[in-house]
Design a protein around this ligand. Structure first.
Ligand code: ZN
Length: 73
């Protein structure tokens, strides 16, 4: 799999990523496995990871301005 921006090589990494939820909420997901481009540092999520993140985000209380979740494999 190659970077969709620059076609560089992607490397698997574990990182923390913020996701915006609605107008005011931000959810930070920690320990997230991503693919990061070695050249431009664009990050991509594998489909299975994305599906899991969407489920996590759906369970968040949207009244909270900031929520920190841990991605559990
Ligand atoms: Zn790239």
């Amino acid at each position: 799999m190659r970077c969709r921006v620059c076609s560089g090589l992607l490397e698997k990494r574990i990182t923390d990523l913020p996701f915006k939820l609605g107008d005011t909420s931000i959810v930070i997901v920690k320990g997230l496995p991503v693919l990061e481009c070695l050249q431009c540092h664009e990050t991509e999520l594998e489909h299975t990871v994305m599906v899991r993140v969407e489920k996590l985000l759906a369970s968040v209380d949207q009244a909270a301005e900031l929520e920190v979740l841990r991605y559990a494999a």
